[in-house]
Design a protein around this ligand. Structure first.
Ligand SMILES: Nc1ncnc2c1ncn2[C@@H]1O[C@H](COP(=O)(O)OP(=O)(O)OP(=O)(O)O)[C@@H](O)[C@H]1O
Length: 268
C-alpha cells in the first residue's frame, strides 16, 4: 500500500502541495491529473523518495520511503521519467539491460536469466528489430518505447509513469497503455501515471487523483471524477462528458468559445 500523510512541498518560496493525504492499493492503476505546473511530477518524485517532502510522510508498504536503500527500492519500484534515458552511445539492447542493474552484484553480474527478461521487454515494445541501433539514432516515440522496455526489464511491482505518452502517436499511445494495463492485470502490478489526456486517463485508470491549487480536488473512479464542472474548475475549459459506447467510461468533448461556423465547420 502507498500512503501519503499530510504531504507538503515548497519549492523556492512557492507552496506546491499543501498537506495532502491519500492511500493507494496494490494491484490497481491510478492516474494523477491536473493543470500544468500544479505539482504532478513533484508528487511522483515525493512518492519515490527522489525528493524529500517539506512536511509529512510517504509510506510504501508501511515504511517511510526515505528509510529504504535505493537499490532495495529499485528491485520493486520503477520510474519512467521524462527524458530519463542516457544521451548517446548506447544501443537499445544495452539501455534495456540497464533495467537489470538492481539485480546485479558489484561486478555487474547477474545469476538469473536476464537475457530472457530483456528479450521479453524488447519484444513487448516491438523493439527487437531495433535492438542493435544506437538510441541517439531513434525518433522521440521510439526512445519512449525503449524507456518503457527498460523499466519493464526491471520487473517492478510498483511502476510510476510521468506523462508516458509524450511523443507517441495515437497508435503507440494505446499500445503502450494496453501493455501497461496487461501487466497490471496479469502480474498484479501497481501503476501510478501522470497523464494529460483525460480520455486516456479515464479509459485506463481505476481511479483518478485530481490536483488543483495545492490540494486534492477529487479522488475516485473516473465515472465519479470526470464531470464538466470539475473540468471547468480545474482546467478552466468547457467540456461535454459522454459515456464511451463500448465501456461506459466518461469521455470528453471539448467546447470552444468560437462558433462552429467561425471554425470552418458546418453548423446546424
Ligand atoms: N527546481 C525547481 N525550482 C523552482 N520551481 C520549480 C522547480 N521544480 C518545479 N518547480 C515548480 O513547481 C511547480 C510544480 O512543478 P511540476 O513539474 O511538479 O508540475 P506538473 O504538474 O508536473 O506540470 P506539467 O503538467 O507542466 O508537467 C511548477 O510551478 C514548477 O515551475
Amino acid at each position: 500500500m502507498i500512503e501519503a500523510r499530510r504531504l507538503s512541498k515548497r519549492i523556492a518560496d512557492k507552496q506546491i502541495l499543501r498537506e495532502i493525504s491519500f492511500t493507494m492499493q496494490e494491484g490497481r492503476m491510478y492516474g494523477i491529473i491536473g493543470p500544468n505546473g500544479v505539482g504532478k511530477s513533484t508528487l511522483l518524485q515525493l512518492l519515490t523518495g527522489m525528493e524529500p517532502p517539506t512536511a509529512g510522510d510517504v509510506l510504501l508498504r508501511d515504511r517511510v520511503v526515505g528509510a529504504y536503500k535505493r537499490k532495495d527500492l529499485a528491485k520493486w519500484v520503477a520510474v519512467l521519467q521524462q527524458g530519463g534515458l542516457p544521451a548517446v552511445g548506447f544501443t537499445v539492447r544495452e539501455v534495456v539491460t540497464m533495467g537489470r542493474f538492481p539485480y546485479q552484484n558489484w561486478l555487474g553480474e547477474e545469476t538469473s536469466g536476464s537475457g530472457e527478461v530483456v528479450d521479453d521487454a524488447l519484444g513487448s515494445m516491438g523493439l527487437l528489430e531495433l535492438q542493435h541501433r544506437r538510441i541517439d539514432q531513434l525518433s522521440g516515440g521510439e526512445r519512449q518505447r525503449v524507456a518503457l522496455a527498460k523499466v519493464m526489464a526491471q520487473e517492478p511491482e510498483l511502476l510510476l509513469l510521468d506523462e508516458p505518452t509524450t511523443y507517441l502517436d495515437i497508435g503507440y499511445q494505446v499500445q503502450l497503455l494496453d501493455t501497461v494495463k496487461k501487466w497490471q492485470r496479469e502480474r498484479g502490478l501497481t501503476v501510478i501515471a501522470v497523464l494529460h489526456d483525460l480520455n486516456l486517463a479515464a479509459h485506463y485508470c481505476d481511479e483518478l487523483l485530481v490536483l488543483h491549487d495545492g490540494g486534492i480536488e477529487a479522488y475516485g473512479p473516473p465515472s465519479e471524477v470526470i464531470r464538466p464542472e470539475l473540468i471547468q474548475t480545474v482546467f478552466g475549459a468547457r467540456a461535454i462528458v459522454l459515456p464511451h459506447p463500448d465501456t461506459g467510461v466518461p469521455q470528453i468533448l471539448l467546447q470552444s468559445g468560437v462558433q462552429p461556423g467561425e471554425l470552418g465547420c458546418r453548423g446546424e
